[in-house]
Design a protein around this ligand. Structure first.
Ligand code: GAL
Length: 408
């Protein structure tokens, strides 16, 4: 259509005609208005997106499902920063403790400390800040720039203290120190006070499940394997203690599970009644087979242990064990993950198994999907555990709700 003709009055479509110049003025005005209106709409759209994003995270109860591998935001809309983490359930609230990472590969070292979040429903997490801060003093065991990994917290009913253990590598020494560190607080969220770090169980020999032939027990006069060699080498100064977890049994006894002997073997070691020291009683699990990332839990009287192989930040197949007693014998069950992606634990590495409070047979497998080049971008894979007799299965789900546990 030739608008100029029409505007010039050649045909006014039955409406009163106006002159072109007049119309042009109105048209320009309208155009300006249109442009302004578009800008206004854009600004409003952005503002509403921001409000919406805040609303998602500010209102507790807003997230209603787990989305493994996705960015998981806290109450400030910030990606949760608690890697290699574990959960404490205490007085009706869950507390998630994990490594606070920063951007880039520098984030693989501890530049800040241990971050804590709390939640009532496991989907929505409130930022509780840094529970244990690294020290600005370069001579301190937990000096900024050290490696502080896989922190876990348990509550000691007898002392009323919250007790944190973690894997510690002294600043500037790579992974050589292989120590465990202890920190204590009067409050779940901290601040935690660093107590000491050391290699546990110096001078103690392991215990074995009844019936273990003598030929299968470590004899430091005649070591039979590389891992036994490492064990005996470390006997006087204490065992190496790297990837780790904690487990509190129904009788209130607590255990420290850690990779020892240059990561060749896992140790399960008893803690004292305050949970602040090792008693010297421990057992070696799957000796010589290099298990990391241990996560121990108990279901219907059976102990389960999930771990990984030893490929650093890269994923590998998970492995699972079960035992009638924490002292063994531990039976190897292979990879509990099933289906596509299971051969690499869906891209993750175990960090904890969480019993869901108040739900029967409800355990969540928690794993880290590491991002070593930009550590802060590490993701979390939480998946439900399925029990199959005395065995377990973990299947991938794009998203899921706690109700999956009710449908069994
Ligand atoms: C992994 C371990 C992590 C971290 C990493 C460093 O195998 O599970 O916690 O230590 O190695 O490469």
């Amino acid at each position: 259509m030739d608008r100029s003709k029409d505007l010039d009055g050649a045909g006014c479509y039955g409406r009163p005609c106006i002159r072109y110049q007049e119309v042009e003025i109105i048209r320009m005005g309208l155009l300006k208005y249109k442009r302004l209106a578009s800008w206004f709409a854009l600004v409003m759209l952005c503002a509403s997106a921001v409000v919406k994003a805040q609303a998602v995270n500010d209102r507790p109860g807003k997230l209603d499902r787990f989305t493994p591998g996705a960015i998981w935001t806290d109450n400030h809309g910030v990606h949760i920063n608690a890697h290699g983490g574990g959960i404490l359930y205490n007085k009706g609230r869950y507390y998630w403790f994990g490594e606070h990472k920063i951007e880039g590969s520098a984030g693989n070292r501890a530049m800040v400390g241990v971050h804590c979040y709390s939640s009532k429903d496991l989907y929505n997490w409130k930022d509780e800040g840094i529970a244990l801060a690294v020290s600005p003093d370069s001579t301190n065991d937990i000096a900024k720039g050290c490696i502080l990994e896989r922190p876990k917290v348990v509550y000691n009913k007898k002392t009323g203290k919250y007790v944190m253990w973690f894997h510690l590598e002294l600043r500037g020494q790579g992974y050589k120190a292989a120590r465990t560190g202890l920190a204590i607080s009067d409050k779940a969220t901290g601040p935690y006070r660093f107590i000491r770090s050391y290699r546990p169980n110096a001078g103690f020999m392991p215990v074995y499940p009844p019936g273990t032939p003598e030929s299968e027990q470590v004899d430091c006069a005649h070591t039979k394997s590389k891992s036994e060699g490492f064990f005996c080498r470390d006997l006087p100064g204490g065992q190496m203690a790297r990837d780790m977890n904690l487990f509190v049994d129904d009788d209130g006894k607590a255990y420290h599970i850690f990779s020892a002997e240059e990561n060749f073997t896992l140790d399960i070691a008893e803690l004292n009644s305050d949970y602040t020291a090792h008693t010297g009683k421990f057992t070696r699990v799957y000796a010589g087979h290099q298990t990391e990332a241990p996560a121990l839990f108990k279901h219907n009287g059976v102990y389960y242990l999930i771990g990984s192989g030893t490929t650093g930040w890269d994923p590998n197949p998970a492995r699972c064990f079960s035992a009638p007693s924490i002292w063994g014998p531990w039976t190897y069950h292979g990879n509990p993950c099933k289906g596509a992606g299971s051969e690499l634990t869906f891209g993750g590495q175990s960090t904890y198994v969480l019993p869901v409070a108040g739900k029967k047979d409800a355990f969540i497998f928690m794993a880290d999907k590491w991002a070593p080049r930009n550590a802060i971008d590490g993701r979390y894979l939480w998946l439900p555990i399925v029990f199959k007799g005395d065995d377990i299965e973990i299947n991938w789900l794009d998203n899921w709700k706690l109700e999956v546990f009710d449908k069994r």
